[in-house]
Design a protein around this ligand. Sequence first.
Ligand code: HPA
Length: 264
Amino acid sequence: MILGSGFHHAVAALKASLEVAYEDLPGFPPMGITGHQGKLMVGHVGTTPVLLLSGRAHYYEGHPMERVTFSVRALAAFGIHDLLLTNAAGGINPRFKPGDFMVVTDHINAMGVNPLRGEVTIGTERFVDLSHAYDGDLSNLLHAAARDCGLRLETGVYLAVSGPTYETPAETRAFGRLGADAVGMSTVPEVIVARQCGLRVAAVSCITNRAAGLGGDPLSHAEVLDTAERVKTTGTLLLKNFAHHYGQRQRCATSPPPDDNRHT
Ligand code: HPA
């Protein structure tokens, strides 16, 4: 799991057996943004083994895309198969209110860059198919997790901009017409690299504010953090329940069927 701005409180759900600061991991970026911790943790959420990255590098911080996505390549090399990404986003869909959660069904890359540009990593595809970038089974586990806690989960298309400016009201209108439901400054580069590495991916956004022009007030990082703080219990529970369903699914997939008689 990669925890973004809206979800950093969810570290509390992990019983960690190992914690390593990014600064002690070669290739990992130093953290600069309020609300981002910058550590890799290994442990359990309930009984499910989870590797958690608390904090991520953003393109707007000035890192090259290789660095923004390095941790995903490291996870893939480590043997991770499934990746859950989380982020904070501005709601474009007029139905979305601050504090809602949205399962990402697809994305629009409006960052102006692609993390796969350049030399192709040995053993990976040059041209990566993104027709089904967000895995239906993993996303269904998010829906099951939400049902468990009575949470109404939205679904929608996440549009990524490079930032660090927030969108203008005209961009909000344009992005809405393009088919976006929410806008943020992360996740898409990691999803693209994860798909190149063959990982299954799901993503969930915490809608921390209405996108520019839709609410009355100017946008601010303080509002993003305030909303995340307000819904931290729900966000943490969602990830906890997801881990529970994921663990159950993995156990079913690996345990022998009931009529298996290999041992008799
Ligand atoms: N725009 C871009 N990124 C964001 C926003 C937003 O409105 N809210 C949280 N991250």
